[in-house]
Design a protein around this ligand. Structure first.
Ligand code: HEM
Length: 360
């Protein structure tokens, strides 16, 4: 769950607000084990929050305001002050923690609630989702997914494949800031993406979906079976990057992972982004159920995210072959629509409570 929050009042936070936020987070720490069986959470702050202060963020923090990352997206920018991300294998733990943070519970998992986040903040937007095999299939009765119920039971994503292979993700250590007052923290870009999968399932056969998700060679060589569990801990995409334009010319398609991976390695070959996306049927601001995706990504600086996302536009591929167009045969761009974007700094724990831009 993502809770987008606005700090009450203008200017820097007051000491009462800081006390309330500190006490409210400490309550969660006492109530739950820090694990996927208890509760995992973080709080992160936006560029707009830091503008409340006279001082600016140090150069060690790469946190621009959100911006559009392709010619064809017109997202609403999330410029709330903060976002709290709550996660657990137990939905009841997430919901109970939310109630404690927002003043709907006096006790949480047996612990008295001494202060609420809503003593300092107002919830602007509440976004929910789920992750894990089986859940997309169970929730596929949503706009954007054809009535034929095509999402495989074993798929963790509506699009029918596994994502987040260990070998294609940055490590937590890699995305951690290593200098400056926020050392130990990281940056988080969060998009909300609407999915329209009628043509994905209706017009593409399985091999074509593999081409568009991974690479044409993945399909040609039959490297992916079912949802892709056979790939093990690496999608093997690094082998498919050098001749990406030739593959696109030959097969009239380019892969999503293939395009993104080109910008997702540093000079030493390390993966730059740690993607933490989860599925949703939220239609933010309405009660309708639509297939969507919350896409938090962690990286040392937001520019890294922007570079990888821009690489997904595949502009050089569209120039190289007429078969690949801005949104046609171009990875998964035909099926995904960015509706929101926001950028945040996740401070290290010692500065998690309403930090100033230059904490000591
Ligand atoms: C509905 C939306 C999306 C779906 C279903 C999706 C799914 C996938 C899948 C199945 C893979 C290959 C397996 C893996 O390495 O994890 C992948 C890779 C990747 N995707 Fe996405 N993705 C989506 C949107 C995005 C967006 C918006 C970005 C923005 C930057 C992105 C960035 C990446 C990156 C960086 C990789 C890994 C490439 C690599 O370095 O190996 N994806 N995605």
């Amino acid at each position: 769950m993502l809770l987008y929050l606005n700090l009450d009042g203008e200017g820097p936070p007051t000491s009462e607000q800081r006390e309330a936020v500190a006490a409210s987070l400490t309550t969660l720490d006492r109530a739950y084990e820090w694990s996927h069986e208890g509760l995992l959470y973080s709080i992160a702050y936006s560029p707009a929050y830091f503008e409340r202060f006279e001082a600016s963020l140090p150069a060690t923090v790469d946190l621009p305001a959100p911006t559009s990352l392709s010619d064809f997206e017109t997202p609403t920018f999330d410029t709330q002050d903060a976002v709290v991300h709550l996660a657990s294998d137990r939905a009841d733990a997430v919901l109970e923690a939310e109630e404690a943070l927002t003043g709907q519970q006096e006790r949480v998992n047996g612990i008295d609630v001494e202060a609420r986040l809503t003593d300092a903040f107002t919830v602007d937007s509440r976004r929910t989702g789920f992750v894990g095999a089986g859940l997309p299939a169970q929730n596929q009765n949503a706009a954007g997914i054809p009535d034929s119920k095509p999402v495989p039971e074993e798929s963790p994503l509506f699009m029918g494949f596994i994502a987040g292979f260990v070998g294609n993700q940055a490590t937590e250590e890699y995305v951690t800031l290593d200098e400056g007052p926020f050392a130990g923290g990281t940056t988080k870009a969060i998009a909300n993406i609407r999915q329209r999968l009628d043509d994905w399932y209706g017009e593409q056969d399985y091999d074509e979906r593999v081409m568009e998700m991974f690479s044409p060679v993945h399909a040609e060589e039959g490297l992916v079976e079912g949802v892709g569990a056979n790939l093990g801990d690496n999608s093997g995409i690094d082998e498919m990057l050098d001749d990406i334009l030739d593959q696109a010319r030959e097969h009239a398609r380019v892969g999503h992972a293939q395009k993104a991976a080109r910008a997702n390695r540093d000079d030493d070959g390390n993966v730059r982004l740690l993607r933490r996306h989860f599925e949703s049927t939220d239609d933010i601001g309405s009660d309708q159920k639509v297939a969507s995706l919350h896409f938090p990504s962690l990286q040392r600086g937001i520019s890294a995210f922007e570079e990888v996302r821009r690489a997904m536009n595949g502009t050089d591929v569209t120039a190289a072959t007429p078969a690949v167009r801005q949104r046609v045969n171009n990875g998964i761009l035909e099926y995904i629509f960015t509706r929101r974007r926001g950028n945040f700094l996740v401070p290290p724990r010692r500065h998690r409570v309403l930090p100033s831009p230059r904490p000591t």
